[in-house]
Design a protein. Structure first.
Length: 338
């Protein structure tokens, strides 16, 4: 199993571990280096996206295993150890819709194990992804928390799914896709009509949250939710639920009333200038960011108590709070205990 392999990696004092995040809209490599004191630093490398055929569910369905693994291999530096190639919401959706079969996944597992004996190929469940993200959030943001009695939770959003957690025994993952609604943007002459469609879809996606207790406490807003918050002017700051909803709603109002070029320029200024470490292509992703803002409004209104507070950020001290970092954190902790 990959857990056993991680122990071997740390026992051999390998300094850099690599995890490949195969998401619904891109494939990204995370190389995490551990120093002698156990401190972690990371480097992200884009492996593939829709432009070069690097979307994992399409790769597996079309049998392009070797081509895809060569793309990964070309992005691994000498001395780095590949730990896991993990697939998330996009692949889960493809499996549900029978576009990808168990036999196809097993074929890719075999291809990976032949090429890298210490690496596993995994289709993560939603709860696995949520738990890894919680590990990453706790590792990245704990230095910002001066009160150890406060447990840090999080809310994240990818292209296909969202994850929410208040602590290790309270994690949730659910389908709520921005990638499905973003292409509709170009088919609507009026952004208002598009956003109304998006809002109805998102509230349907998260209807189960209405029956659950409203979450309370401090939550880190990460991944695409952090990007949406930054576009709304509330990145890297602690805000109440109501203040977050208000700021995001103003962004949506901006999208509805102003020319596209104007609100895209606003998003670029707020993210690229104020948060340059986040590495977001705001020009091409502007409709996706607007959809993410609408999704976040729906989730905050439905799933959180009005006294919940949020800190929206993608990273701290050069570490990004992604599930792939959580895999390395678990390996690091297991190695320390060993």
């Amino acid at each position: 199993s990959y857990s056993f392999c991680t122990l071997l990696v740390f026992e051999r004092n390998m300094q850099t571990l690599v995890v490949v995040d195969c998401g619904s809209g891109h494939t990204e490599l995370l190389a995490v280096t551990r120093d002698a004191k156990g401190n972690l630093t990371e480097e992200k490398r884009r492996v593939g996206d829709i432009r070069n055929g690097g979307i994992i569910d399409k790769v597996v369905a079309e049998g392009r295993d070797e081509e895809f693994l060569k793309m990964i291999e070309d992005n691994i530096k000498e001395g780095e150890k590949l730990l896991m190639i993990g697939c998330t919401g996009g692949m889960r959706k493809a499996v549900r819709e029978k576009l990808v079969t168990t036999e196809m996944i097993d074929r890719m597992k075999t291809s990976v194990s032949k090429k890298w004996t210490s690496c596993s190929f995994e289709v993560l469940t939603g709860l696995q992804e949520a738990k890894y993200e919680l590990l990453a959030v706790q590792r990245v943001f704990s230095p910002l928390n001066n009160d150890p009695t406060i447990k840090i939770g999080y809310v994240s959003g990818g292209g296909a799914t969202c994850q929410v957690a208040s602590h290790a025994d309270d994690v949730d993952s659910f389908h709520c896709s921005t990638l499905e609604v973003t292409p509709l943007f170009s088919n609507h002459d009026c952004p208002k009509e598009w956003l109304q469609v998006v809002e109805r879809k998102f509230f349907d996606d998260i209807a189960h949250l209405q029956d659950a207790p409203r979450r309370q406490g401090l939550f880190m807003g990460i991944t695409m939710h952090a990007t949406a918050a930054a576009a709304a002017g509330i990145g890297d700051s602690i805000v109440s639920r109501d203040d977050a909803v208000s700021s995001l709603s103003k962004l949506i109002h901006h999208v509805l009333l102003d020319p596209v070029a104007e609100w895209v320029a606003t998003i670029q200024e707020r993210i690229q200038v104020k948060h340059p470490r986040w590495l977001i292509d705001t020009h091409t992703r502007a409709p996706l960011i607007a959809a993410s803002a609408m999704r976040l409004i729906c989730i905050l209104k439905t799933g959180f108590h009005d006294d919940a507070t949020f800190y929206f950020s993608r990273c701290h001290d050069e570490l990004h709070a992604d599930w792939s970092l959580g895999v390395v954190v678990e390996a690091h902790d297991d190695g320390q205990q060993k």
